[in-house]
Design a protein around this ligand. Structure first.
Ligand SMILES: [Cu+2]
Length: 298
């Protein structure tokens, strides 16, 4: 089953929006034991918790899902888990999350005029019907109960990465990751796509460009989060296809300071299940993408 470009497939777009609204409703999809919170809020909590779990403890750079090798497999797992709930909500096992091709929007004179932000699409979530219930407190860094609208600040800071920047990264990065496996890692597709090295700052820049809630540890509050990360995942998938001999690193001979990031470590989860980076490498077990040609053309 295919993950589509959301702007080329109105059925995928409308199913995604409808499914997200159902998962957000505590009456339809309650978070067990958490009154007035829903399964959607679980994802906000889970993402925040991943950023609080420093790996290893005692440093402030790498956490269980960011600034290290697990960034790509952890977010693949996170999306697959949401995708499973969306399939339940829509009663459609064939549903796949669509992606936001922000490279296309980067070519617009004003990217904030992209139809993805129209009211029929993701624009509607800044309306009064979409309540943010858990959000990071900017002063303390803690997650707290809130009741407010979603916040965005499209284009106020940051820039959307260009197609050429992404193509260059996919072509030139020949290894998955490198020591010291954090934000200082000089080469490798993980740190370039995550955006801590290289002028494009690919993934990070999109969070900054959307602004508002997307800049917090509670960023899954914005449904654009999953569409953004689906495109990040597509870039990793295209890179995997272009560099089939490149293996995931580190392996299990790496020190325990790299726990949560080694190939057979359990990825950080709040569900009772064990999923490893290795389990996430062959994405084609779960979905395909409609195209990579925009990412790998010369
Ligand atoms: Cu994240």
């Amino acid at each position: 089953m295919i993950r589509h470009n959301i702007l080329n497939n109105s059925m995928a777009a409308q199913n995604y929006i409808e499914g997200i609204k159902r998962l957000k409703d505590p009456a339809q999809f309650p978070w067990p034991g958490q009154p007035a919170l829903s399964i959607y809020d679980v994802f906000v909590f889970w993402h925040h918790q991943s950023m609080m779990l420093m790996t290893p403890p005692g440093q402030t750079d790498r956490n269980a899902a960011h600034s290290g090798p697990a960034f790509l497999p952890w977010h693949r797992y996170f999306l697959l888990t949401l995708e499973g709930f969306l399939q339940q909500a829509l009663d459609d096992a064939n549903f796949r999350i669509p992606y936001w091709d922000w490279n296309a929007d980067a070519e617009l004179p004003n990217p904030s005029t992209s139809p993805i932000w129209d009211n029929i699409n993701l624009g509607q979530f800044i309306g009064a019907d979409w309540h943010i219930r858990l959000a990071m407190n900017g002063a303390t860094g803690n997650l707290q109960r809130v009741n407010r609208r979603l916040q965005r600040n499209l284009g106020a800071s940051g820039t959307l990465p260009t197609r050429e920047q992404v193509r260059t990264t996919i072509r030139n990065q020949t290894v998955f990751d490198q020591t010291p496996f954090n934000t200082s890692t000089p080469g490798g597709v993980r740190n370039h796509v995550e955006g801590w090295v290289g002028s494009a700052r690919i993934h990070n820049n999109v969070h900054v460009w959307v602004g508002g809630d997307m800049q917090l540890s509670s960023s899954p509050n914005d449904p654009i989060f999953f569409l953004h990360h689906c495109n990040v995942d597509r870039i990793w998938a295209a890179w995997q296809e272009m560099h089939p001999a490149a293996t995931y690193v580190p392996d299990m001979t790496a020190p325990s300071a790299l726990q949560f990031h080694r190939i057979d470590d359990a990825l950080y989860s709040i569900f009772e299940e064990t999923v490893t980076p290795r389990d996430m490498l062959d994405y084609s077990r779960y979905y395909e993408y409609d195209t990579f040609t925009d990412l790998v053309a010369s």
